[in-house]
Every structure is written in C-alpha cells, then in structure tokens.
Design a protein around this ligand. Structure first.
Ligand code: UD1
Ligand code: MG
Length: 458
C-alpha cells in the first residue's frame, strides 16, 4: 500500500513520572511506539516519519523498522500537534497520502488503519478521520457537525463551549489525507487558542471551508484508540491486551486455568489441547505442539515444545527445543542450546546448557549438564556436574547410549564416556571411559571396628 506515516512521539509524558520517554515504556514486552511501527508495517506502509523530542536519542536507539523505512524528525520545542506535523511535513512525498498516528496509542490495529486509508482513497481530496463515541468525552477534542450531519471541525475540550462539551463523538487523533494539501494546511495554523498551541485539529475546518469532505470511521475495539498518559493506564491497557491475546488462544483451542493470569510478550502458537496453568510468562517466539501441558509459574522464551510434553511448575526454558513426550521440572532450568529428544526427562534443580539429551535419557535431580552430547537411555544421577569450564575455555562432554552416571559424579571435560559404561557414585572422571567399563575413582572404604570418638578434656 502506497502510504507514508507520521507518528507523533515528541511529548514528554510528564504524568508517567518517569525518566524513560513515554513511548519507550513497554506493553506486552515491547515499547509503545514499536507497536505502532509494527502495525504500520503490517498495514503495508513503506515509510514512517517519527517525530521525536524529549529523549529523542533514546527513542532512536530503542526502535526498529525491520521491514519499513524509519526516519526521525526532531521537534525541539513541543508547540503542539500541528507544529509536530509541520516539522515532519518537509520529508513527505506529495503524491503519496499521509496517515497520522500517535506514539502513545499503541494498540491501533493494522486492519483498522487499512480501512481508514481505503476511505481516503475513495475521496483523495478529503480527510478520513478516526472518531469514536465516549460516554465521558472529557479532555478530548469534539467533532462538530452541521445540520446535514457533515463534519465541520474539531474543537478542543479546553476551547469548547458548554454546548460543545455535550458532544460525545471525539477525535482519536488518527487521520489520513492528501500530503500536498496537508503541507499547505499545517503552514496556515495559528496558536490563538486556550492552550497557545498549534492544533493539528484545526486543519479539519480548513479542509471543509475549501469544500473538501471529511469522512469518519470508528475502530473495531475501543482499546485500539486508547492513549497512555499514566502508569495506571499503561497497566490497565496491558491487562486488556493480555486478555485479548488469551481470548484468541482460547478460540484456537488452548485451555487456560485462568486467562487473567497470563502474560504473552511475543508470539505463541499452539496446536490443539494445550493446557496452560497460571502465571506463565511467554517471550519471543514459542511453539507448543499438541497436548503440551505447562504448569504454574513457567517462563518460556524462544522455544518449541513437542507433542504431549509436560513442563511442571517453576521451570525456565530459553532458546531450546524439546521433543515429544518429555518431562521437564518442577524447577528445571534449560538454557540456550538445549535439545531434549523424545521421552527425555529433566527433573528438579537440573540446569542444562548447549546440551543434547538423547531419547529416553534422564537427569532427575540436582545436576549441571553443559556443552554435552548425551546418547539414548542414559541415566544421569543426582549431583552430577559436567566441569565444562577450565577458567578460560569451554570443553565438551560426550556420553554414549545406555551409560549410567552415578550420583555425585564430576565429568572433567573434555571427556568421553563410552556406550553402556557405568560410573560409580562419587567418581571424578578425568580420562575417557571405554564402552561397557565400570569406572570408579573414589577412595576404597575402610573401617576401624570399635573405634572411640574423642571426648572433651575435663
Ligand atoms: C489530541 C487532539 C485531541 C484528541 C486527542 C486524542 C490536538 C490539538 N488535539 O489532544 O483532539 O482528542 O489528542 O488523544 O491534536 N505531540 C508531539 N508534539 C507536540 C505535541 C504533541 O509530538 O508538540 C505528540 C504527543 O507526544 C502525543 C500526541 O502528539 O503522542 C498527542 O499530543 P497530546 O498533547 O497528548 O494531545 P491531546 O491534548 O491529548
Ligand atoms: Mg493526549
């Protein structure tokens, strides 16, 4: 879609009571303004002009335009929304329409935007304006209409008469119009109003006076046009969004023990019969295959979990792949590069990193397994540690199929344990172990019969 966007994001956001620029506060794990940029990309816009002011450098460094050209326009003094657009208008192409969005209205949906742009395309000389109806319109600009119900202008709350304050159709601030006209209009604005600001909203009356039509459209959901001014509003909108996400997942067949206690900060795709218990946090890209069950308080980041695997309470899984019918946790920690093959099991207080645990293998309790390749049907006893780090470099541990690693074993890497080998409990393995061998390094047990404990001297 040939469309350019201006995102207004220069405001200070003093009501946030924060040093962080308002538009960088996060919703669903992503800066507010990044949500807006991503919607522009999904709508198919090709260029975003971001108007920055307060904390401009910080905003520039924090946002990405992966599939959309981003340019930053500095508005050093915040003289109003009209002034902000005026500052950005120099960079606009004349022959491509402009869509104006706010950096602190994060949840605008790309389909709603496409609709607004379409309305504008049907009447390229007119303005397409997003409005909505509020029971309590206090604070918002009101839409004024004539006896034929045609829009005549927008009057800001602070400039409105008592009669105009009764109007409950409000300006969301989002609009789409012809760019060459926009440039002319914003250069004609004056700041002769209650706030001494250059109001973008004044272009509506200008357009109407020049004989152009203003067509209004409404968003599908109210939350799409809700702006953030305070941390309370941010928290409220976060919950609205999370419930929306949980709702969509439930529609797709996911069971939530409590959808109000769920946090998605990325994308989650689920096959059927997935069950998610309370207080789970999901980040990055997570895939849960058929029949996966996730226990309470689980953190998942960038991982894929195979069919019928069960992740029990308080487990943390990052950048890992878990195959079918595995068991993880409770209290397991799988760090980046872990791969559990089918039917593998990792129990409580086990940490794994850059390790493949073969089919049917188990590490049930209290172990650290890092930089390792573990074969099939291996049992790793409690207290087993791979000593993978010599203070400078990391080394690999390789364990063959059917090996048995006794409890409290240290595997000093680089080291190999052969297929079917048995390591006795308490062994420190410092050299490779042959297939099917028994390896024990512990001191031989002795006892003194009838030995007396020392007693305290009187
Ligand atoms: C604006 C609208 C009002 C509408 C409301 C919807 C005007 C004059 N009024 O009012 O009709 O109902 O939004 O929320 O447009 N900004 C800049 N530079 C500036 C001033 C503002 O970048 O000089 C940015 C802010 O960071 C913010 C957005 O523009 O993202 C809106 O500004 P704000 O001051 O919140 O406008 P409102 O008074 O809420
Ligand atoms: Mg505002």
């Amino acid at each position: 879609m040939d469309i350019q966007v201006i995102i207004l994001a220069a405001g200070k956001g003093s009501r946030m009571k924060s040093r962080l620029p308002k538009v960088l506060h996060q919703l669903a794990g992503k800066p507010l303004v990044q949500h807006v940029i991503d919607s522009c990309h999904l709508m198919g816009a090709n260029h975003c002009h971001l108007v920055v002011g307060h904390g401009g450098e910080q905003v520039k460094n924090a946002v990405r335009g992966d599939h959309i050209t981003l340019s930053f326009v500095e508005q050093t003094e915040q003289l109003g929304t009209g002034h902000a657009v005026q500052v950005a208008s120099g960079g606009l192409k004349d022959d491509v329409p402009t869509l104006i969005l706010y950096g602190d209205v994060p949840l605008i949906h790309h389909e709603t935007l496409s609709q607004l742009v379409e309305i504008h395309q049907n009447d390229p000389k007119g303005i397409a304006l997003m409005t909505c109806f509020l029971e309590d319109p206090t604070g918002y600009g009101r839409i004024t209409r004539d006896e034929n119900n045609q829009v005549t202008g927008i009057v800001e709350h602070k400039d409105a008469s008592e009669e105009q304050k009764q109007i409950n159709e409000i300006n969301t601030g989002i609009l789409c119009c012809n760019s060459s006209q926009l440039k002319v209009w914003v250069n004609q604005l004056s700041n002769n109003n209650a706030q001494g600001e250059y109001y973008l909203t004044d272009i509506i009356a200008m357009a109407v006076q020049e004989g152009n039509q203003v067509t209004t459209a409404q968003p599908l959901a109210m939350y799409e046009v809700e702006g953030i001014n305070t941390l309370r509003q941010l928290a409220e909108l976060e919950r609205v969004w999370q419930l929306q996400m949980a709702g969509e997942l439930m529609d797709g067949g996911v069971t939530f023990r409590d959808p109000t206690r769920f946090d998605l900060r990325g994308t989650l795709s689920c096959e059927s019969d997935v069950v998610i218990d309370v207080n789970c946090v999901i980040e990055g890209r997570v895939v849960l295959k058929e029949g996966v069950r996730i226990g309470p308080n689980v953190y998942l980041k960038d991982c894929t979990i195979g069919a019928n695997t069960q992740v029990k309470a308080n487990s943390v899984i990052e950048e890992s792949i878990i195959d079918q019918s595995c068991g993880v946790g409770p209290f397991a920690r799988l760090r980046p590069g872990t791969h559990l093959c089918d039917n593998a099991h990792v129990g409580n207080f086990v940490e794994m990193k850059k390790t493949t645990l073969g089919e049917g293998s188990k590490a049930g309790h209290l172990a650290y397994v890092g930089d390792s390749e573990v074969g099939k049907n291996v049992n790793i006893g409690a207290g087993t540690i791979t000593c993978n780090y010599d203070g400078a470099n990391k080394h690999k541990t390789i364990i063959g199929d059917d090996a048995f690693i006794g409890s409290d074993t240290q595997l000093v890497a680089p080291v190999k344990v052969g297929k079917g080998a048995t390591i006795g409990a308490g062994t420190t393995v410092t050299a490779d172990v042959e297939d099917r061998a028994l390896c024990v390094s512990r001191v031989k047990q002795t006892q003194k019969i009838g030995w007396k404990r020392p007693t305290k001297q009187k």
